[in-house]
Structure formats: structure tokens, C-alpha cells
Ligand binder design. Structure first.
Ligand SMILES: C[S@@+](CC[C@H](N)C(=O)[O-])C[C@H]1O[C@@H](n2cnc3c(N)ncnc32)[C@H](O)[C@@H]1O
Length: 509
């Protein structure tokens, strides 16, 4: 691959994914919860955002489609990542996004506008100390006062568990012959055979066998970019906080709102122990030790302004929410990273029913007697959980909706066209959320058929069968055109009844 990868894994592209973690309404919600004033430009949708190391750039592209008044600058040194997203940007008419094929060092030499948000997802732990220093310098020079940084990284102490696994994969991949994906598959298989013998590290470390089993189902593209980089550093939160302090950045809180609720993962005695620390970075690190955290998604602010309690309450009360699932699909018990959480019916049923009528602000929800009876704290907590579990989402303000809708429609039209060939982001832009909504290929083909006035089952089958895809039902393969079309017709009926109304509410259709 030549010398341009700077120790980063070469010869294999990253996975094509869209992430919701730094979508503007979610960022604002997470900041307000922690008592920070979000940048005004972020709330209004007229912000400037950069994504260094953007991979395929699909998150930046989708956000650019959903926020026509904002400007986006995304860059990655892998030319095939940038070639793909430029093609999407052209097709979707994204005049507000620039996708640069540049290294962090090239990019640092470039002048550009001040930035309101910088998203560093999948970057900090996977690049060298020199490259982190370059990124830090970019943050120091270009992040606007009041600006926000989203940064994810492998965290200590939880990542300690994965270290021998990474080493094993690196060693076995280096030794093998043939294309990298094949070497990765063989290395995972080898790790699995070792694990089957039990004992040693496998026997004494919780979760290792499960992790190896999970890797058997992950793409080689993910495994290569997670484990095979020359640089791979896990951090204590306190070290990241101290490193970023050099760019005048202060820890603002967990980007995932439910991770701000310490009582979910810590006993009262453990919370009291963390509270003994006066340094917030140390307190957060103590919590990570007590929960054995292995991955963090953090928000940092530069010169962030504190909200008083009354203004925080007002901003939260004005925040509107929408459901991302049908109300009767809300679970009674949710599986979460911190275990199984009950969703009591007395709270979640009236909340689900209220949101099923359409988007509602927290204040509007609390004006309903059934929810008022539950108390403000319980309703807010439920919204935090629903939001964090992608069952609901905070919305952008109503102002600017019409412009966001026109631009999202154009982006979505380009994405739907790509679903003919399976070359696509798996999300569509919602002008209501200002974020993405996951849509499967079959759902996308149904939506495209509706736009073209074609029979949805026949249209979807034409495209799926061209790719050699066959459907299944109840564990049985559907044999032949007729059985597959019948299965698609059945799935379309369910889609029209349950998913389509939701996509309409979210402004995706
Ligand atoms: C794990 S991927 C994450 C991609 C994207 N942020 C996401 O979350 O989907 C890291 C990306 O950083 C890019 N990268 C690594 N080192 C880089 C450098 N020195 N300059 C520019 N891009 C770099 C890689 O090409 C890769 O696409």
C-alpha cells in the first residue's frame, strides 16, 4: 500500500456505517442534561462540523443532507473511502459538505473556518501519539469557543481483557499467506480453537470466549480496523481528559445520555466512593474501574458555559421527542449494556401512547395527567433511557424543518437509488430528527418501488434475485420466484402497517 498509512492498517476498507452519537439534537440533549449550554449554532442547525478520519464518510454525508444550513468538512487518507462518499455527495447534491482525501498532517496545514463540533469516532485509540498530537493542534487552532468535541476510545481497565486477543490476531495474521480477509478469518478460527481448550487466560478472564465467538460473525473489515493497526492504545479517561486539556477542552459528560445516570451501573456505596474525588476526570476514571468500562464515548467542550438550574429546566422542557418504534413495540424489559432494565407499564404505556400521537416536548408530556402523576424526574429518566437505546430521539427545532425536508428528500432519493445494487448507507435522513433512521435494503426497495409506482414485491424481488439473494421464512428457504415474491408481499404488508407510518412521522417518506 506504499508508505502513506502511517502504521494504520492498509489494503482493506472500513465498514460502511452511520453513527447517531454526534447528531446535533442528541449532542444538545446530552449537553443540557449535564448543565452545559449547547452552542447556539448547533441548536439552530447552522453549525460547522468536522470529522477527521471519517472512514466512508457516511455519517457526515447523512448529517449534511439533514442539515442544509450547516457546513461539513470530513477527511480520511484512504482514497477509496473518499471516492465513494464524493460520488454519494454528488448524487445527493450536497453543496454544504467537503470530503477531503488527506492525512491528519495534510489537513492540519489547511486553513479553514472555525468549527462548532469535531467528531473523532474510532480514531483516538487507533492512531499514533504523533497523529493524536496533530489532531490536538487542529482542535486547539480551529475549535470555536463554546465548541464541542465528540471522542470515542478504547477505555481502561475494561480493554485489558482484549489485549492478548489483539496480540494473538496480529501475530497470526502476520504469519499467514494470502489476502488479509482470509488471514483474519483463519486467525479468528485459531483463537477460537485455542479458547475451546479452556484454561490459562481463556479460563480466567470473563467474556473472552464470548468475544471470540462474536468476532466469528464480524466482517474482516471491522476486525482489521479494530485490532490490526500498528498503533492501538487504550486510555484511562483521566489521561484523555488531561491530554485534551492542552487544547483548552473540558470534559462535559458522556455522549450517551443514559451513561450519565451513574446509579444504573453503580451501587450507592460505589457512587459515594467516586464522589470522594474532587477532580471530575479522576471521579470518572474511578467509575470506569468500578464498572470495568472498555469503551467510552465522551463529550468535551472548549469554554463551555454553565446553565443555571432554571434555564436548564426550561431547555429540557422545550426539547421535543419522537418514538423510533411503534408504541406497542416498546419492551417491558430492555437489554442494556448495564443489564436488564424494567420498563414499568404505569410509566411507559402512557408515555408511548402520548408519543404515538406525534412528537411532544417534555413539558407537553408532563401536562398529561397520567405522566404528571409519575413525576418529572421519572418521565425525564424514561426519555433518557429510550433515547439512549434508540427507541426514541430528541428532535431539531421546528424552525428550518421545510429546508431540512427538501434537502433530506434529495439525500434519501440518492440513497434509495443505491439500494438497487446494495451499495448504500443503511440509513435515511430524517428532517425531524436531523439524524439517520435505519432502513433495511428490503424496506428501501419497497420505498423505491412506491416512488416509481411499481409493485413492491415484484420490484424488490427483481433486485434481490439479481444479487443472488433468497429469502427465508420460519427457518426454511423460499424456493423459486413465486415463493420469494409471496414472502416479499407478506413482508410489505407488515411494513405498510407498522414501519411506513413511523417513517412518515419522521419525515423520511
Ligand atoms: C476506525 S475508522 C473510523 C471511521 C469513522 N470515523 C467511523 O467511525 O465510521 C478510522 C479511520 O481513520 C482513518 N485514518 C487513520 N489514520 C489517519 C490519518 N493519519 N489521516 C487521515 N485518516 C486516518 C482511516 O483510514 C479510517 O478510515
Amino acid at each position: 500500500m506504499g508508505g502513506w498509512t502511517e502504521g494504520y492498517v492498509g489494503g482493506i476498507d472500513y465498514i460502511r456505517a452511520v453513527y447517531r452519537d454526534w447528531s446535533p439534537a442528541l449532542l444538545c440533549f446530552a449537553l443540557i442534561l449535564r448543565g452545559w449550554r449547547p452552542p447556539e449554532a448547533l441548536r439552530r442547525g447552522s453549525f460547522t462540523m468536522a470529522e477527521p478520519g471519517c472512514g466512508h464518510g457516511l455519517t457526515s454525508a447523512l448529517l449534511a443532507g439533514a442539515h442544509p444550513a450547516a457546513r461539513f468538512e470530513a477527511m480520511d487518507f484512504n482514497p477509496s473511502h473518499i471516492a465513494g462518499v464524493r460520488r454519494l455527495a454528488d448524487d445527493a447534491g450536497l453543496a454544504n459538505a467537503t470530503f477531503l482525501e488527506e492525512s491528519f498532517a495534510d489537513h492540519a496545514r489547511r486553513e479553514g473556518p472555525m468549527l462548532d463540533v469535531v467528531a473523532l469516532h474510532g480514531v483516538w485509540s487507533w492512531v499514533s501519539a504523533e497523529n493524536r498530537a496533530i489532531l490536538l493542534d487542529t482542535l486547539r487552532r480551529r475549535l470555536a469557543p463554546g465548541g464541542v468535541v465528540f471522542v470515542s476510545y478504547n477505555a481502561l481497565p475494561g480493554t485489558l481483557t482484549h489485549m492478548p486477543l489483539r496480540r494473538l490476531l496480529v501475530e497470526r495474521c502476520a504469519e499467514g499467506d494470502g489476502p488479509l480477509p482470509d488471514r483474519i478469518a483463519r486467525a479468528v478460527e485459531f483463537a477460537s480453537r485455542m479458547a475451546a481448550q479452556g484454561g490459562g487466560w481463556f479460563g480466567s478472564t470473563d467474556g473472552v470466549v464470548e468475544r471470540i465467538e462474536q468476532l466469528r460473525h464480524k466482517s474482516p473489515n471491522y476486525i482489521a480496523h479494530e485490532y490490526l493497526n500498528g498503533d492501538w492504545t487504550a486510555f484511562y479517561h483521566a489521561d484523555v481528559a488531561r491530554e485534551l486539556a492542552a487544547a483548552k477542552l473540558e470534559f462535559a459528560g458522556a455522549a450517551v445520555p443514559m451513561e450519565q445516570l451513574h446509579d444504573l451501573s453503580l451501587s450507592p456505596a460505589q457512587q459515594a466512593l467516586a464522589a470522594e474525588s474532587r477532580d471530575p476526570a479522576q471521579a470518572e476514571t474511578l467509575r470506569d474501574v468500578m464498572t470495568n468500562r472498555s469503551f467510552r464515548r465522551d463529550l468535551f467542550v472548549k469554554g463551555g458555559e454553565r446553565l443555571g438550574p432554571a434555564e436548564r429546566r426550561t431547555l429540557l422542557g422545550e426539547t421535543r421527542f419522537a418514538l423510533l418504534v411503534a408504541a406497542d413495540d416498546l419492551p417491558e424489559v430492555a437489554s442494556t449494556p448495564v443489564g436488564r432494565l424494567p420498563f414499568p407499564r404505569a410509566l411507559y404505556q402512557p408515555l408511548g401512547e402520548a408519543l404515538a400521537e406525534g412528537p411532544q416536548s417534555l413539558d407537553a408530556l408532563l401536562a398529561r395527567p397520567a405522566l404528571a402523576a409519575q413525576g418529572e424526574e421519572a418521565v425525564l429518566r424514561a426519555l433518557i433511557l429510550l433515547t439512549s437505546l434508540s427507541l426514541a430521539a430528541p428532535l431539531m427545532p421546528e424552525d428550518g424543518f421545510a429546508e431540512r425536508k427538501i434537502s433530506s428528500d434529495r439525500f434519501n432519493a440518492a440513497v434509495l437509488q443505491r439500494h438497487r445494487f446494495g451499495d448504500t448507507p443503511g440509513q435515511l435522513a430524517s428532517p425531524l430528527l436531523g439524524a439517520g433512521v435505519p432502513v433495511s435494503r428490503i424496506e428501501a426497495l419497497f420505498l423505491l418501488a412506491a416512488r416509481l409506482g411499481e409493485d413492491p414485491a415484484a420490484f424488490a424481488w427483481r433486485h434481490l434475485s439479481a444479487d443472488g439473494i433468497t429469502l427465508g421464512r420460519d427457518g426454511e428457504r423460499c424456493e423459486g420466484d413465486e415463493a420469494n415474491r409471496a414472502e416479499l408481499a407478506r413482508r410489505h404488508a407488515a411494513f405498510a402497517q407498522r414501519r411506513l407510518p413511523l417513517l412518515e412521522v419522521l419525515g423520511v417518506v
